[in-house]
Design a protein around this ligand. Structure first.
Ligand code: GLN
Length: 222
């Protein structure tokens, strides 16, 4: 039996890969497309994809108010475009982001799709090094006082000398610049479910069969 029900915003983007990671950890992971889909969820994942498209579709599907209400009280993890949606400001968005995380985010900060890359980051919350896939990734450019940095690029691999922040947490809201669902390493999903969402009985085992990150990187060279 599933140990929880964690929705994934399913309007656009790589929600299917998140679903595979969440289901491997024993939770039910239905897509969320309508306000009614938010009912009864223990937590929510906002996937990567294209934040401008997602925000346009959120308005079109009447999801803004129900999502805003959910974000006020429930655990949420946003990855890449999902982080942009959770932040309090980015450039060139068709509608305001939700401001559930007190961070400003610079979209496409590392360049175009062809400049996407994978790199190890240091993430003590998941036990140390984590191989992270950055696809036309955003950069966290401003961090409010109540926000904790939970992962940094390794010093000497770009960004600030002490390691650029690439993941943040503000109580029950988590935002990552990268895509943990693309490597088959389940540690970030497990940590979010167990430590942030407080779900008991999450399955053990830190990996699922890995899709090829290189296939993901080369899929759509826009
Ligand atoms: N560049 C995309 C955006 O601005 C994010 C890319 C991603 O989610 N991989 O929304």
């Amino acid at each position: 039996m599933a140990v929880g029900r964690v929705g994934i915003l399913g309007l656009q983007g790589d929600f299917a890969r998140h679903r595979a990671s969440l289901e491997a950890l024993g939770v039910e992971a239905p897509p969320v497309r309508l306000a009614a889909d938010l009912e009864g969820l223990d937590a929510l994942v906002l996937p990567g994809g294209e934040s401008t498209t997602m925000l346009t579709l959120i308005e079109a599907y009447g999801l803004r108010a129900p999502l805003a209400a959910f974000l006020q009280s429930r655990p949420v993890m946003g990855t890449c475009a999902g982080l942009i949606l959770l932040g309090r400001g980015s450039e060139w968005l068709p509608a305001p982001p939700f401001g559930a995380l007190d961070v400003t985010v610079e979209r496409n900060a590392y360049g175009r799709q062809v400049d996407s890359f994978a790199a190890d980051v240091e993430a003590p919350v998941v036990g140390g090094r984590f191989h992270a896939v950055f696809i036309r990734a955003p950069r966290i450019s401003g961090i409010g006082a109540g926000v904790e940095v939970i992962a940094r690029r390794l010093p000497g691999t770009g960004g600030t000398p002490e390691g650029e922040p690439v993941a943040v947490r503000q109580r029950r809201v988590v935002g990552l610049c990268f895509h943990p669902e693309l490597t088959g390493d389940l540690r970030f999903h497990r940590w979010f479910l167990a430590e942030v969402a407080g779900l008991a009985g999450i399955a053990s085992g830190d990996s699922r069969p890995a899709p090829s990150p290189m296939a993901a990187l080369s899929r759509d060279r826009s």
